[in-house]
Design a protein around this ligand. Structure first.
Ligand SMILES: [Zn+2]
Length: 417
């Protein structure tokens, strides 16, 4: 399969982009090669597609169900009771809705942690996205749950082999306050043996740090360090409440961070020290978190939120500039998840978007990256391509009406169950 995109603006010049299979084969003006599909890119700009470093896709079913609450109250009284009733079919339709929303806002990669692994993996496989799908694990320090967690993680590793190379398997202990030391150590070794990423929530609230000090006698990052969990395959979401020593430990051990500003602001969890983290060269990308704490999956909006948050927090308008946050959402994420994408270049994966330059928010068009970050939202995306396949064109995604109808039905049934 091949795609030829004609006359799209790339780095300020109109060029053609030739995609062969899943890779970008040639970029030049006036390419005259034959292609299976030709896309007229006139009036559009080509950009790398966005990457979402921390999601709970199926939580799209719970969007708007419980808002304006503090994290633990929200989790314990609203989210966890409903999640206990979820079936794989619910997760499948919730994930389909999430992936539809991602495609519509130009995101082609996600790093997900949730229940009913196959519901999410199957949805991603069908929708054509690229993702790391991890089974979330909570053992609540109970022996029988520890055993069940280990069995599940092993079983899912074997079963994950049936999906295409776009779907990567990872392990995801939910957090240090829901997963025991024994399970964490076992997961550390399991991940090492099978070369897997470990995805977790870390230092999200002040309360988590206080509990960690009380229970383990050390701060969250020190605790994970002493358990041998810190390493290049550890991806932590949030990373808000960190002292100097913890920052050094994260940097020394090449731990990766996902910044989720909208969720952190909505739940009043705190402000992650992004400028300091970038200064220390800790590899960081952006994530939305689930839609019940965001409440959307639009990484274009997330870039603006990240930028504004760190500007006002530092009282320095030069912090988290447009180019920097755009890089967090593209190239940095590609590096973290070892995916040859995040930029439009020959030999890279054909994961890219075309944005409509006539979208009102992009006019008059002095600086595309600045317009994308500060002015636009996902609705400026006209075409989304992942792995050399067109997932959306003229803002239409195949089967979207069915996804919307089924997700709405499943969500309404769930809250009544
Ligand atoms: Zn999360």
């Amino acid at each position: 399969m091949s795609i030829l995109i004609k006359n799209a603006k790339l780095n300020e010049i109109e060029q053609d982009i030739f995609i062969q299979g899943k890779y970008i084969k040639k970029i030049a003006p006036n390419i005259d090669w034959e292609a299976d599909t030709i896309i007229d890119g006139t009036g559009m700009a080509a950009l790398p597609s966005l990457m979402n470093g921390h999601s709970h896709a199926a939580m799209n079913l719970l969007r708007g169900y419980a808002d304006d609450m503090a994290l633990m109250d929200w989790l314990q009284n609203k989210i966890w009771p409903l999640e206990a009733k979820l079936t794989e079919n619910d997760v499948y339709w919730g994930s389909k809705l999430a992936f539809l929303e991602m495609i519509k806002s130009g995101t082609t990669f996600f790093n997900d942690m949730y229940w009913h692994f196959h519901g999410t993996a199957r949805a991603a496989e069908e929708m054509g996205l690229r993702g790391v799908v991890a089974a979330a694990l909570i053992d609540n320090f109970q022996k029988k749950d520890m055993q069940a967690a280990k069995i599940l993680v092993q079983k899912l590793l074997e079963e994950s082999g049936k999906y295409s190379s776009r779907i990567q398997y990872a392990v995801a202990p939910h957090a240090i306050y829901t997963v025991s030391k024994d399970t964490l150590i076992w997961l550390r070794d399991f991940a090492k043996e099978h070369n897997l990423l470990i995805h977790t929530h870390l230092s999200e609230t002040q309360n988590e740090v206080e509990q960690s000090l009380q229970k383990f006698g050390k701060r969250p990052v020190e605790y994970l360090h002493d358990l041998g969990l810190l390493g290049p395959n550890l991806v932590v979401a949030h990373a808000i409440w960190l002292d100097e020593r913890e920052l050094e430990l994260l940097a020394e051990n090449n731990v990766k961070i996902v910044h989720t500003p909208a969720s952190n602001m909505k739940l009043c969890s705190g402000i992650m020290p992004l400028p300091k983290i970038l200064e220390m060269n800790i590899l960081t990308c952006l994530g939305t978190d689930g839609t019940s704490s965001n409440n959307n999956l639009d990484i274009i909006e997330e870039m603006k939120i990240a930028s504004l948050l760190h500007k006002v927090n530092s009282r320095d308008p030069q912090q988290a500039n447009a180019q920097q946050v755009f890089q967090l959402a593209t190239l940095n994420a590609a590096k973290i998840f070892a995916i040859p994408a995040g930029e439009i270049a020959v030999g890279k994966l054909a994961d890219l978007i075309l944005v409509n330059l006539d979208a009102v928010s992009l006019v008059p068009g002095f600086n595309l990256i600045s317009d994308i970050v500060y002015s636009a939202n996902g609705s400026c995306v006209d075409t989304t391509i992942c792995d050399g396949k067109v997932l959306m064109q003229n803002r239409h995604v195949e089967g979207e009406e069915e996804i919307i109808a089924n997700a709405r039905k499943v969500a309404n049934d769930l809250v009544k169950r």
